[in-house]
Structures are given as C-alpha cells and as structure tokens.
Design a protein around this ligand. Structure first.
Ligand code: 8X3
Length: 247
C-alpha cells in the first residue's frame, strides 16, 4: 500500500466515458486518482497517463469491492460513476436479466462502494461523494423503466445520505446528465452501432469532459459549500425524450 500525502479521488467505471474523463480532470486538479473498472488494460493505460493507480473493480462483486477498498490508504473523493442501461423495452416485455444488471450496477454498485469507502471519506476530514445519476433519475420515460427505476433508486440512496451524514465531514453531490455521447448507448443497445449513433444524430450532445468539468468544479469548492444537485443537458434536449434534431 502506498501512503499518499495528496488527496485521493476514487473513480468507478473509469475505463471509458464520463469516468475516464473525470479521472483526467481530477488528476489535473491535483488529486491522486485511483481508477477502478473491470477492463484492467484500459485502466492501466489511463493510470500511467495521469500518474494514478489502476485497480480492477467489479462493483457487482462483494469480494472485489472489499479488496478494492482495503487497498486504499485514504479516500477523500468518491465518484460513483459505474453503471449504465441495458435495453429499451416496455414493462410488458421486460427482460429480467437486463433489469438485474441495471439494479446490480447502478444501485447496489453505488451502495457497495459508498458503504466500503465511507469510513475513509469521513476520516479524511473533508470527504466528497459525487454520484453520477441521470435525467432518468428525475422522471420515468416509456420503455425505460428498468433504467429509470434503477437511476431513481440510486439517486434516492445518494440523497438519503445527505441527511444521514449531517454533522459528518462529507459532502454529497448528485450530477444528473442528459444525453452524453459515450459508450452508454452502445452498451444499452448491445453493440448495435447504428442504433447507438441514432441517439445523438442531429443534436450536439454533451461530451464526457463536460461532466468531468462539473465534478472538478464541485471538488474544488471550499469544505462548507455542498452543491446538492446538478442537472445538465445539451441545449438541444429539454427532457429525457424531447430533442431538437437537425435533419
Ligand atoms: C442517460 C440519459 O435520457 O438515456 O442517462 O436516460 S437517458
């Protein structure tokens, strides 16, 4: 275990997209960043670039989370980013395995990491938990119940901590993005590139770096300032299902 004198930020789901961009932004802000994800080779490349630490992490696996947490000598910031969507189906056709995956990663994954790191975040004297939820955590949409219900549950778990940790030196920020062009839609549509591209066609979507900027901003506020929630969407998006698309 390396002893760190600089503040340590932990980012889950850091092998791509918002997680990867957030790791870069926090490293640029002076954090030692511990990146966790299942795809270790991609993580190692990232960790080398940002002078951070790569550790394999499966947020759905109790033992993996325990080993990940044990290896940390300190934790000042936790970014709960791991998660995602699988499928877009009406409740009548719900695929139980897709639902299970979404609840395991988004909800129980956030729960596992938060529980495991909470003692270290409190001990830091100025801890911060940033949970990346979604506009899907704010309202349901048709064919999205597996994802919207998981994101609602993840958000409620996060928001509950705001009260439960009152009096403890831990801040809590929820960031709820709309359309961000990452591997998100490719995962949702099981590798169907055509379908994934259509989600962002004709709009200027947010980029992973746009969300990472917000995390870095939140983390750079003084300890008495708690930014509770940020909802961020492309200008071309009014809500989960309403876009202005150029032909
Ligand atoms: C992703 C945004 O609108 O696909 O979290 O649910 S949406």
């Amino acid at each position: 275990m390396t002893e760190h004198t600089s503040r340590v930020a932990v980012v889950t789901g850091a092998s791509s997209g918002i997680g990867e961009a957030t790791a870069r932004a926090l490293a640029a802000a002076g954090y030692h960043v511990v990146v966790g994800a299942r795809r270790l080779s991609r993580l190692r490349r990232l960790a080398d670039e940002i002078d951070g630490t790569a550790r394999q992490l499966d947020v759905t696996d109790e033992a993996s989370v325990a080993a990940f947490a044990d290896a940390l000598d300190r934790a000042d910031v936790l970014v709960n980013n791991a998660g995602g969507a699988k499928g877009l189906a009406p409740v009548a056709d719900a695929d139980l395995d897709d639902w299970r995956w979404m609840w395991e990663t988004n909800v129980l994954g956030t729960l596992r990491l938060t529980k495991a790191l909470l003692p270290k975040l409190i001990a830091s004297g100025d801890g911060l938990i940033v949970t990346i939820t979604s506009v899907a955590a704010l309202a349901p949409y048709d064919n999205g119940a597996g994802y919207t219900s998981a994101k609602h549950a993840q958000a409620v778990l996060h928001r509950t901590l705001r009260g439960e940790l009152l009096g403890k030196p831990v801040r809590l920020t929820e960031i709820a993005p709309g359309a961000v062009e990452t591997e998100f839609s490719l995962v949702r549509f099981d590798g169907d590139e055509e379908r994934a591209a259509a989600v962002y066609r004709g709009i200027t979507p947010l980029l992973a770096a746009d969300i990472a900027d917000l995390v870095a901003f939140v983390a750079s506020r003084p300890p008495h300032v708690n930014i509770d929630q940020i909802v961020v969407k492309p200008r071309d998006q009014a809500d989960a299902g309403r876009f202005s698309r150029q032909a």
